[in-house]
Ligand binder design. Structure first.
Ligand SMILES: Cc1cc2nc3c(=O)[nH]c(=O)nc-3n(C[C@H](O)[C@H](O)[C@H](O)COP(=O)(O)OP(=O)(O)OC[C@H]3O[C@@H](n4cnc5c(N)ncnc54)[C@H](O)[C@@H]3O)c2cc1C
Length: 421
């Protein structure tokens, strides 16, 4: 576990470098030029973040990689992978040690999501939703009692789901119809959620429901519930990509939830959902970034071994120029993603940057994984190499946690605000 691997002294160094990094990225004005710190490039990390990358890289290669194809074909996550994510300390990355977490940065979570996606975007999104949505809601809006009760479970053994979308409310999330009616000290939930990631394997669910539809979105409230309260998995979707990641329809038919399970207060659900999805988008950007890099890593070496017309196909200028363009696009996606993550870690505004990172990384993931199939020729089109899977998996980046149009809408609003005379 990387949290155990850190000695006291390396933690001190890591925390010193975090402080230095924070200084580097803060928007402070300096009086003298010699006071200006040397700016680190965006891919300079703390010792702890580097350690996480190394841990995840090893876990992905040794534990995930051998199971990727079988999980995709069976459309099922292997339970040993979920267990492994918990054992590696990857399911409570930002959660404090007091609650059994690894107490690391948001950027560390982004690194873990990216590294997992290089090998399997399904495993990556499982880790992403659990950390950047479920854990973050509890860490940010939970009471001390709620944190003490739920965060240790989420760090050590219980998988979480984030239940917002419904059959009639996707992009327009606050049109949700699920209702929660007060009954003594409890609320009774009735409704349906759709396309809920992790829900087949999850035990803990954050559910958004309206306690007073007459108030519109101001009635939306976030509840925490467990599967045994009566949450029904009505349907497990069969999908184009990320097939090992479960996506289910959930029914709530009179599910009784104690009032004490409301997170952030009555009517605060819309605020929670907006704020959490703003940062969650950086997670999807990281997933798409990792995916693009994974497809590149898999396909380019092959072109230097495949000979046609008496030379490796990768040596043809037409191929080399395509690699150069793709590598530059991946680098640009990486910098957008890391920049949004660092801004978030340093308390700077990041919503526009997160939308840009998600939109662009999703585009790059689709284009690079599509080209990677062509670079491998006929072999790339077969299931043998796994490169076609990256392309299937890439489509989801432009859909969940806000479609590409919704990201563009967010960016356009910032532009309008900034440029309206
Ligand atoms: C695999 C998978 C996993 C998911 N996981 C989760 C999860 O864990 N939790 C959860 O709550 N939800 C989840 N979702 C739901 C996901 O967030 C929604 O699918 C997404 O927000 C889009 O909503 P929709 O499918 O209803 O599309 P719609 O909102 O119906 O959009 C259809 C099209 O219209 C466009 N459009 C809509 N509004 C506008 C607009 N204002 N301007 C321009 N274009 C617009 C969209 O861009 C899109 O192209 C998941 C979905 C999938 C497929």
């Amino acid at each position: 576990m990387f949290r155990n691997a850190l000695s006291r002294s390396s933690r001190a160094v890591a925390s010193r470098s975090s402080i230095n990094a924070a200084r580097t990225f803060s928007a402070t004005r300096y009086r003298r030029s010699e006071d200006v710190p040397k700016l680190a490039s965006l891919d300079v990390f703390t010792e702890e973040e580097e350690m996480i990358r190394e841990t995840v890289r090893r876990f992905a290669a040794e534990v995930v990689q051998p199971k990727v194809r079988e999980m995709d074909e069976k459309e099922q996550m292997d339970p040993s992978i979920i267990q492994g994510l918990f054992e590696q300390g990857l399911m409570g990355i930002e959660t404090s040690a007091e609650y059994g977490g690894s107490e690391s940065s948001f950027t560390a979570a982004i690194i873990a999501i990216e590294e997992l996606a290089k090998v399997d975007p399904s495993v990556s999104v499982m880790c992403d939703v659990h950390n950047t949505l479920v854990n973050t809601v509890l860490r940010t809006y939970g009471t001390e009692e709620q944190k003490a009760k739920w965060l240790p479970l989420l760090s050590s053994e219980k998988l979480g789901s984030f239940c917002l979308s419904e059959p009639a409310s996707g992009s327009d999330a606050f049109a949700l119809q699920t209702k929660a009616q007060k009954d003594g000290d409890d609320y009774i939930l009735n409704g349906t959620k759709m396309w809920i990631t992790n829900s087949y394997e999850a035990d803990i669910f954050l559910i958004f429901a309206n306690i007073d539809p007459s108030k519109g979105y101001k009635g939306i409230t976030c509840f925490i519930a467990t599967k045994d309260m009566g949450i029904e998995i009505a349907k497990k979707e069969q999908k184009l990509g990320i097939r090992a990641s479960s996506t289910c329809t959930l029914n709530f038919d009179g599910v009784r939830i104690p009032k004490a399970n409301i997170i952030g207060g009555e009517g605060k659900g819309y605020k929670i959902a907006i704020e959490i999805l703003n940062e969650g988008r950086i997670g999807i950007a990281a997933q798409m970034l990792g995916l693009a890099q994974g497809a590149f890593n898999l396909s380019v070496p092959y072109t230097y071994t495949r000979t046609q017309f008496g030379q490796p196909v990768g040596h043809f200028q037409g191929m080399g120029f395509q690699f150069a363009e793709a590598a530059t696009e991946i680098e640009a996606a990486r910098l957008l993603t890391y920049n949004a993550a660092r801004r978030k870690d340093n308390g700077l505004p990041f919503v526009k940057e997160a939308a840009m990172a998600k939109w662009y990384s999703s585009q790059v993931a689709q284009s690079v994984s599509g080209q990677a199939i062509e670079w491998m020729g006929g072999l790339g089109f077969t299931r043998e190499t796994g490169v076609e899977k990256f392309w299937r998996d890439s489509k989801i980046g432009a859909i969940y946690e806000g479609t590409s149009n919704i990201q563009l809408q967010t960016i356009a609003r910032f532009i309008q605000k900034e440029y309206t005379p």
